[in-house]
Each structure stands twice: as C-alpha cells, then as structure tokens.
Design a protein around this ligand. Structure first.
Ligand SMILES: Nc1ncnc2c1ncn2[C@@H]1O[C@H](COP(=O)(O)OP(=O)(O)OP(=O)(O)O)[C@@H](O)[C@H]1O
Ligand SMILES: [Mg+2]
Length: 327
C-alpha cells in the first residue's frame, strides 16, 4: 500500500477550548488509485491531508494519536528534515487557489524551473526546457511561447494546470488535491478533473481528491471516504455508494447533488449544521440531523460496520446501515 492512515487524531488548542478536528481516521490509497474524500466544510478533510503532508499548523494543531504509513514507513516518526525530503519529491499537494499559491512576480517558467534547480541542481537553461515539458504534459496550449508569461496572464483553469504541473515536477508517487477545482466554473472543473485522472493513470500515482461535491468524483475516483466531524462515516467503492449509500449522511449528500436533468427541482439539503468541534454530541455525531436517529444513536458511538468485504471493503458508521442501504 502506498499510503495508509491509521487511527489518526488531531486536535487544535484554541482560546475557546480543544477542537477535535480529526477523531480516528483510517484511509488508504495505492499506486494508480484515486481516493475521494468527501464531507461538508469543517469535517476534517484538509486537516487530515495536512497531517499526511506534514504541513499542519503545530501549534495550535497537535497529532495526538495514529500512524501515517507511506510506503510502509511511519511519517510521524521521522525528523522534520527527513519529511522535507519526502514533501515535493515523493508526495505533493495541489491547492484550491492557484492565484495565491503562485508567485505573481515570477514567470510560470521560472517557478516551474525552480523546482528542478533547487531539488536537482539543474541549470537554468535545462530547467526551462523541463518547464515547457511540464506545461505540455498538463496540456497548456503553446507552452513554448507561454513559458515566460506571468500567472495573471493565464485563465483560472490554466493556472490550476500550472499548479498541477508544479506538483508533478518531481514525479511524486502521491498527489493530494484539496478542492482543486472549486474556484473554477463547471466545464473547466470537469477538464481539470479529467486531466488529474489521466495523469494519475499515466504516471501510476496515488491520488487523494478532496472535495465537498459528490457530483465531480463519480467518473474519476475508485473509492470514496465520507467524513463527518472528523471521522469516516462511510467508505466504499465509488459506484456502490451512488447506487445505494449505507449511511444517512451520504444519502443526504447524494440527494443534494444538482441534477442537470431535473432543472428547477428543489435540492434536498441536509438540515441543521455540522457539530461544534469543541463539543461533539455524544453517540453518533450526526444524530441531531439524522432522519433515522433513535435512542441508541444518542448514546453509542457507532463503529465502522463492515458492509461488504470485497473487492474494496465497504463500511458504514451507522447502527442502522442495513435500513439505510435497503430503505
Ligand atoms: N489552524 C487552525 N486553528 C484552529 N482550528 C483549526 C485550524 N485548522 C483547522 N481547524 C479546525 O479543524 C476543523 C476541520 O478543518 P478542515 O480544514 O480539515 O475542514 P475541511 O473538511 O477541509 O473543510 P472545508 O471543506 O471548508 O475545506 C475546522 O472546523 C476547525 O475547527
Ligand atoms: Mg478543506
């Protein structure tokens, strides 16, 4: 397995108290595989990814428990210096906002080339050729002519491609894309998503795709982990989750996807708000919003029940998953 996160717990010490942002997350992704991580704002998707990348804000953040195995090695046991070598070279991240991640006063060619100069001691001339190659790879038209241009001269979609090119520069084995298309309009979103999927296949990388939009992952992900209040509440191969969710929260998310063939139809939105992480409700964290909730849900924290075993294990953290699956 390329990456395995095991029982990860992360909290933030704030003035108001301890925010329990990640509360026992397990997920894994293999080479050539795409894991989509889904959930509403504040569910812990980015914090988990930051812990994997080693870019968590510590303090106020603190990893209180867990393992992050990358190619079998627990990253949490490494010194910062060793982690730095892995970051960029073996795992890289694509963020949502390309404009604020790129340097406005450096040409894109210089920024891409810098990766090779800094990490591989390449000459300026050679690194520029590499920059053009990368821009070609992420399908930026007329790469050779545009390599000297600045970020603001590119469209949002093209800038996001440049971000992807930066992440790919050192041929990492794992890419984490955190809401890579949220700032783009719908058609461009699909193109960038397709590009990521294609590159993942070409380069046999592991890809973790973080999003709160179930609509965009259907075609690109192999499996989905749905997060709620810092836990994974459902884990399944992508097509099974669309056919029949085994958790009421996933069901709510699915029913919130706008459908092109049903214009004007009112969207079902999950009622209520995500819990306050300073004070997560006892039992199942979703119970105050759940249409299936009953007494047991308000007292017993549901474990991840095994729904099916093969080929990709499917699990749901709902006491009444059978009812949800068949109902
Ligand atoms: N630097 C920080 N200081 C304090 N608390 C933080 C910090 N970063 C994250 N948190 C806490 O962790 C929670 C989870 O944050 P995270 O960024 O992982 O959410 P997310 O699932 O990525 O949401 P979004 O979809 O909005 O990006 C936040 O709601 C917040 O309470
Ligand atoms: Mg986030």
């Amino acid at each position: 397995m390329l990456l395995e996160v095991r029982d990860l717990h992360v909290e933030f010490h704030t003035r108001d108290g301890v925010a329990k942002a990640v509360n026992g997350v397990d997920y894994s992704v293999d080479a050539g595989e795409t894991l989509a991580v889904l959930g509403e704002s504040g569910s812990g998707k980015s914090v988990t990814a930051q812990a994997v990348m080693g870019i968590l804000d510590i303090p106020p953040g603190k990893i209180t428990h867990g393992e992050i195995l990358f190619q079998g090695q627990d990253l949490l046991k490494l010194k910062e210096e060793e982690r730095r070598k892995i970051r960029g070279a073996k795992m890289a991240m694509v963020f949502q906002d390309a404009l604020s991640s790129l340097n406005p006063v450096l040409s894109v060619g210089d920024q891409l080339g810098e990766m090779f100069q800094v990490h591989q001691g390449m000459s300026r001339k050679d690194s520029k050729a590499k920059a053009v190659e990368l821009m070609d790879r992420v399908r930026i038209p007329a790469a050779k002519e545009r390599v000297g241009q600045y970020p603001h001269q590119f469209s949002g979609g093209m800038r996001q491609r440049i971000m992807i090119a930066m992440a790919l520069a050192l041929e990492p084995e794992l890419i984490i894309a955190d809401e890579p298309t949220t700032a783009l309009d719908v058609t461009v979103q699909a193109q960038v998503m397709d590009l990521l999927a294609e590159l993942r296949r070409e380069l046999n990388m592991g890809l973790i795709l973080i999003t709160h939009d179930l609509g965009v992952v259907a075609d690109v992900a192999d499996k989905i982990a749905v997060m709620y209040a810092g836990r994974i509440v459902e884990h399944a191969p992508v097509h099974e989750i669309y056919k029949a969710p085994a958790h009421p929260y996933t069901k709510g998310l699915l029913e919130s996807i706008p459908r092109l063939d049903q214009k004007g139809q009112e969207l079902y939105a999950i009622k209520g708000l995500p819990p306050n992480l300073l004070n997560i409700p006892p039992g199942c964290a979703f119970n105050p919003r759940c249409p299936l909730a009953r007494d047991r849900c308000r007292t017993d924290v549901p474990p991840l029940y095994e729904v099916t075993e093969s080929p990709v294990p499917r699990a749901s953290a709902c006491h009444f998953w059978k009812e949800c699956l068949h109902g």
